[in-house]
Design a protein. Structure first.
Length: 276
């Protein structure tokens, strides 16, 4: 019997969470940071895989060789997590993934005390921030006020947002505007994603998933608490169908969300830490 690859295992785990929790579904990587034993923050697919496929309390990870080089020894029979990194589209037009094996610090023996400060990271910023507002303004999006809904129009390249005071919290505001900014990266003049889907079809479901993942990733990068959109429950059925029909769709969505995140961070001039 052929072993399931990480994309399949991850998709099955996310599908189970969606079906079991229904409208209460929460992306398990929301407001979490992971770091390597070399001191680099993990991002994108790595965050999603580790939050979804492992149950360790500590968030420090490394390969067998990395731990060994730092005077730590991975315990015998320790079960690794296989991380899948989206590399983009190859020369044949196929989506390409890279892989490596990681172990958690809880699976290691030796001089682990020196890593005690690595994962004492708390994303708890719930205040409105001039610094974050300034970073978002650098994206130079055309944002128009709308009385009761948030949306992005690809044809007009405009974002519509309710007044700030209409949001129940600062975190809901930032999560929402970063979701819409995520859509905006897909415009043909930017990352050129397919934005022509209609509500209920696969293209629409994929784009909504990309935008919601982008919002999560951006909040992590900006060290602000991320909140799920109030209307995300209406997308659950289409997300479930999308993932059931294509076991690679979720990993592709994560990869494209990371591309959108990188695109915005570059414009914001926010330095990104290299990852292992």
């Amino acid at each position: 019997m052929k072993n399931k690859g990480t994309p399949t295992l991850l998709t099955e785990k996310i599908l189970k969470l969606m079906k079991d929790n229904n409208s209460d579904f929460q992306m398990p990587w929301r407001n979490k940071k992971f770091i390597t034993c070399k001191g680099h923050y993990l991002r994108g697919n790595n965050i999603v895989n580790l939050a979804s496929l492992s149950n360790f309390k500590r968030t420090v990870w490394g390969t067998y060789d990395q731990w060994q080089a730092l005077d730590c020894q991975v315990q015998k029979k320790a079960k690794a997590v296989k991380l899948t990194v989206y590399k983009g589209v190859d020369d044949n037009g196929q989506h390409s993934f890279g892989k490596y094996i990681a172990f958690n610090i809880e699976q290691c023996e030796g001089d682990t005390a020196k890593f005690d400060s690595f994962d004492k990271i708390d994303i708890n910023n719930t205040d409105r921030s001039d610094k974050i507002d300034s970073s978002i303004n650098k994206l130079q999006a055309k944002i128009l006020e709308h009385p009761n809904r948030a949306a992005y129009s690809p044809s007009k390249d405009e974002i519509y947002m309710p007044n700030f005071d209409q949001f129940e919290s600062n975190t809901h505001y930032y999560s929402t505007i970063l979701h819409e900014q995520g859509h905006r990266t897909g415009h043909e003049s930017r990352l050129n994603r397919n934005l022509k889907g209609k509500f209920g079809d696969k293209k629409y479901a994929m784009e909504e998933l990309i935008a919601e993942l982008t919002s999560c990733f951006m909040c992590i990068e900006l060290d602000i608490v991320s909140e799920p959109r109030k209307d995300h429950a209406q997308y659950l059925n289409s997300w479930i169908k999308l993932l059931e029909d294509d076991k690679r769709a979720f990993n592709i969505a994560v990869g494209k969300a990371q591309q959108a995140t990188d695109y915005m961070l570059n414009i914001m001039e926010i330095k990104q830490t290299e990852v292992a």
